[in-house]
Design a binder for this molecule. Structure first.
Ligand code: NI
Length: 181
């Protein structure tokens, strides 16, 4: 296990544009991915971007299998996505509560496109191309935002829809408050 510290909102690396990965199938890249997976698992996250462990490279991981805490959540394939690009399939957006491991204890209501296409590479440099909808699309947009120095609070349309998870639980269902990304 090589669980790394997750840096928090306020750290300048979370506001920077991360750099493209140029070399695939290297021992360094494999080790970084292991650290990211260990860190995400240790914190029960549904996604993690390399800048969150202070590595400013365009790498995200995500995945949600059945989680007893969120029995109604859609499953999202376990994925390592390097140098990702997103294209929007349709203009429709919907709003849902998001959390972020770099913004602990808080949740905000964030609009995201409901249908996207994304492409990127795995650690060996093989192309990954997929269409994603709903929560899967949301997770990818949240993680790719991290690579462009964007944290979800800046996407909240009304700051009344931003608060502490424990306080929001008084008026919202726990399953509505989504997972930390
Ligand atoms: Ni996040």
């Amino acid at each position: 296990m090589a669980v790394q510290e997750v840096i928090k909102m306020g750290h300048p690396l979370l506001l920077a544009r991360a750099k493209e990965v140029e070399n695939f199938a290297t021992a360094e890249l494999e080790q970084l991915i292991i650290d990211m997976k260990d860190t995400m698992a240790a914190l029960n996250g549904a996604g993690l971007a390399a800048p969150q462990i202070a590595v400013s490279l365009r790498i995200v991981i995500f995945g949600v299998s059945e989680n007893p805490r969120y029995p109604d959540a859609d499953s999202v394939p376990e994925t390592v996505l390097i140098n990702p690009e997103i294209s929007i399939i349709a203009p429709e957006r919907d709003s849902a509560w998001e959390g972020c491991l770099s913004v602990p204890h808080l949740r905000g209501l964030v609009p995201r496109y409901t249908s996207i296409r994304y492409r990127g590479y795995d650690t060996q440099g093989n192309l990954i191309e997929r269409e994603a909808h709903g929560f899967h699309a949301r997770v990818v947009q949240h993680e790719v935002d991290h690579l462009d120095g964007i944290l979800y609070p800046t996407r909240i349309e009304d700051l009344k829809d931003f608060g502490y998870e424990d306080a929001l639980m008084q008026s919202h269902d726990e399953s509505e408050l989504e997972e930390e990304l």
